[in-house]
Ligand binder design. Structure first.
Ligand SMILES: Cc1cc2nc3c(=O)[nH]c(=O)nc-3n(C[C@H](O)[C@H](O)[C@H](O)COP(=O)(O)O)c2cc1C
Length: 188
C-alpha cells in the first residue's frame, strides 16, 4: 500500500484479460454502505468505444473551457494533453455508481454510495499495483457524466464517477511528500 503511486506513462504492452478480470474481482471486495456494492465497471475495450469516449470528453472539455473564457490556445493544449493520455492508456476502466443501489433517497445515502464507489476505485488501484501494473485515477468523466454514459451506451442507472487508466509503468514517480502524522491526527 505504501509503494503504490499514480502512474501516468505506460508501456504500450497489452494487459492480459485475465489480469484485468482479477483486478476487478479484487475491487469488488471493497467495503460499501449496507453492503450494497453500488460500483459498476465499464472496460473500454474496442477502438470504437475509445474513439467515442475521446470525442465526447474532448468536446465537453472544449465546451466548458470556452464557457469559462479560456483562450483558444490554452483549450487546445489541454485537449491535446488529455487526449494523448487517453489514447496511450493500454486499459481504461470507467467506474460508475448504480444510482438505484441505494437504501433510500437522502443526501447522506447518496454520499455513502459515492464513498463506496471511491473505495472500489482505491481497491482497484491497489490490486493493479499488486499485479505489477500502474494506474491513475482520472476525474475527467465526472465533468461529463451523462455524455460519457450515452457515448458508451451504458444503462441509464450507471452514473460515471471516475476513470482508471492502467498499464505497465513507463515511469518512476518522484518520491512523494507525506504529511506527518502530527499534522493529520488529533488525540481527543
Ligand atoms: C478523487 C481523485 C481524483 C483524481 N483525479 C486525477 C486526474 O484527473 N488526473 C490525474 O492525473 N490524477 C488524478 N488523481 C491522482 C492524484 O493526483 C494522486 O493520487 C495524488 O497526486 C497523489 O499521488 P499518488 O497517487 O502517486 O500517491 C486523482 C486522485 C483522486 C483520489
Amino acid at each position: 500500500m505504501r509503494t503504490r503511486r499514480s502512474i501516468r506513462r505506460f508501456k504500450p504492452d497489452p494487459v492480459p484479460d485475465s489480469v484485468i478480470q482479477n483486478i476487478l474481482h479484487t475491487a469488488a471486495f471493497a467495503p460499501s454502505a449496507h453492503n450494497l456494492q453500488p460500483w459498476r465497471f465499464a472496460i473500454v475495450q474496442s477502438p470504437d468505444s475509445r474513439t467515442r469516449l475521446a470525442h465526447t470528453l474532448t468536446s465537453t472539455l472544449r465546451r466548458d473551457m470556452t464557457a469559462e473564457g479560456a483562450p483558444p490556445a490554452e483549450i487546445e493544449s489541454r485537449v491535446a494533453r488529455s487526449l494523448k493520455r487517453l489514447n496511450e492508456a493500454p486499459v481504461i476502466i470507467l467506474l460508475c455508481r448504480d444510482v438505484t443501489a441505494i437504501r433510500e433517497d437522502s443526501r447522506e445515502e447518496e454520499i455513502m454510495s459515492i464513498q463506496s464507489v471511491a473505495n472500489a476505485a482505491t481497491y482497484l488501484l491497489l490490486a493493479a499495483h499488486a499485479e505489477g501494473l500502474g494506474g491513475n485515477w482520472i476525474c475527467w468523466s465526472l465533468y461529463a457524466q451523462e455524455e460519457t454514459r450515452l457515448a458508451l451506451g451504458l444503462p441509464e442507472t450507471w452514473q460515471p464517477q471516475a476513470m482508471v487508466f492502467m498499464g505497465y509503468a513507463d515511469e518512476q514517480p518522484k518520491e512523494k511528500f507525506i504529511k506527518p502524522l502530527h499534522k493529520i491526527v488529533e488525540q481527543v
